[in-house]
Ligand binder design. Structure first.
Ligand code: OOG
Ligand code: NI
Length: 472
């Protein structure tokens, strides 16, 4: 009998994210430049901060840093979202979180497909922010129906990739050669195709309703619109971008610079104006341009608990009373205001933990001294247990809206009054989304149980679980 070798989903994801990065580098040369800049800044940051290097080495984060990316796509119809979930599942990526962007004037709702298990995240944390157009937010009924009709006619997946997804679902895995073919075929969904499926007049009407609607509806597929590397020092990259001939957006989204990074800070460069060809009308194909694809970088910090997140949202909302124009007017006063507001957010790992604001990964430490004490706090104080920040693996809706907005190139603000509709999103998805806070809490508890067990402190993880719950 022939012996097959099978591909692990983590390996398929790794292969796919590298292939995607190569494709995007070829499509958007500025992305390649940005990767170089980020690589240089990361190397310099690690050189200048040996403590950070040690921490990243211990947590295994150092290996993932070089390959870490997130991308984003926008889908037009429920069946597309349903099938993309199946495609991502082959790569061990699952929907986490629900983001309602309509509150920020963007007519989509979204989730992030990403790995969930600690092992998988360490291997390659590739994530794709995936949005679904909310047709119900197109006010013009005729245009809404037209948009729905247009997207219903397209097929964004190749027949072969869906066949391979079927094989994966039936057999639970793919052989190595199937996996390679899967990556090649799946990539086609994300590529840039400059021939629009609509004529110029239709494009203009869609564009008039919202620029993003034109981007989603007018093309054959959901081209990847950015691919974001992770930097250890976003302020340095932001400062370095103009020197490399890249124009960044005015302000960095998210929290201000801090000693202990929290959540996520992001900045982007403006979308490219790209040549496209509209569908023929009366024998006449028209050339035009479309702006969709851009570049982004991010710096990730510790995941916050619900309590920490509430504080973050509150402080951010206060700072955002200073409205920054798309062209950067008032950028300085916004940054000053942001730093001022965030002075009340503890910037010290010990306090972040003791006040229950952030999630941490616990590990047993051989250097503890004396008798084993009986509470987690004492174990930490006596050096038996150490704690390290758990990286925030998700996204921030206010930041995402800021990124969307900056690429609209204007202060265009629409306010949709419709309520968020997670139930409808999940119905389209064909699954419920994971709750990111639960995932972080589980990772934290599991790490504590492991550490306690290693110290011989408790016999069973379930006892450790009780201790974790009662003493944290
Ligand atoms: C997605 C924007 C959200 C982020 O990093 O917050 C995003 C999009 O433009 O489609 O990628
Ligand atoms: Ni992004």
């Amino acid at each position: 009998m022939m012996a097959y070798r099978y591909a692990h989903p983590d390996d398929i994801r790794d292969l796919f994210s590298r292939a995607m990065s190569d494709m995007y580098r070829a499509e958007v040369p500025q992305y390649g430049k940005l990767l170089e800049l980020v690589g240089d800044v990361n190397a310099e940051t690690l050189r200048a901060d040996p403590a950070l290097r040690t921490r990243l080495e211990q947590s295994g984060e150092i290996e993932r840093l070089g390959v870490e990316r997130h991308g984003a796509i926008r889908l037009g119809a429920a069946n597309e979202l349903f099938d993309i979930r199946r495609v991502f599942a082959v790569m061990g990526m699952h929907p986490v979180g629900y983001y309602d962007l309509s509150v920020a004037g963007v007519p989509v709702h979204s989730t992030a497909f990403r790995p969930i298990a600690e092992e998988a995240l360490r291997r390659n944390p590739f994530r794709v922010f995936t949005s679904l157009l909310r047709l119900d937010l197109i006010e013009d009924l005729a245009l809404r129906n037209e948009a729905a009709r247009i997207v219903s006619l397209r097929r964004v997946f190749t027949p072969r990739v869906l066949e391979l997804v079927g094989v994966f679902e039936a057999r639970g895995r793919l052989t190595l050669s199937e996996a390679q073919e899967f990556v090649r075929e799946a990539l086609k969904t994300f590529r840039w195709q400059s021939d629009a499926t609509v004529d110029l007049a239709t494009y203009r009407r869609l564009h008039g309703a919202h620029r993003l609607i034109a981007d989603i509806v007018s093309f054959k597929g959901p081209h990847i619109n950015h691919l974001t590397p992770r930097t250890l020092d976003i302020d340095a990259v932001q400062a370095g971008m103009p020197r490399g001939g890249i124009a960044p957006k005015a302000v960095i989204e998210g929290p201000p610079p801090r000693t202990c990074p929290i959540l996520l800070r992001q900045t982007s460069f403006k979308a490219l104006e790209e040549p496209i060809v509209f569908k023929e009308k009366m024998g006449q194909a028209t050339a035009g341009t479309h702006t969709a694809r851009f570049g982004e970088i991010e710096q990730r910090g510790v995941a916050l608990t619900a309590k920490g997140r509430r504080l973050y949202d509150e402080l951010l909302a206060s700072a955002r009373n200073v409205q920054v124009g798309a062209l950067g007017s008032k950028a300085f006063s916004y940054e000053a205001e942001l730093s001022e507001q965030f002075r009340s957010f503890p910037d010290d790992w010990i306090e972040l933990r003791s006040r229950g604001l952030a999630f941490f990964r616990y590990s047993a430490n051989a250097t503890g001294r004396g008798e084993l004490p009986s509470t987690v706090d004492q174990l930490i104080a006596h050096g038996f247990i150490q704690f390290d920040p758990i990286v925030y693996e998700d996204f921030l809706p206010v930041s995402a809206a800021g990124i969307f907005q900056s690429n609209l190139g204007t202060d265009e603000q629409k306010n949709y009054s419709a309520r968020s509709n997670q139930a409808e999103f999940e119905a389209a998805l064909g699954a419920s989304v994971y709750d990111e806070l639960e995932l972080y809490a589980e990772a934290q508890e599991a790490s504590l149980a492991r550490a306690l067990k290693q110290l011989g402190f408790l016999k069973s993880p379930s006892q450790a679980h009780g201790l974790a719950a009662s003493r944290l």
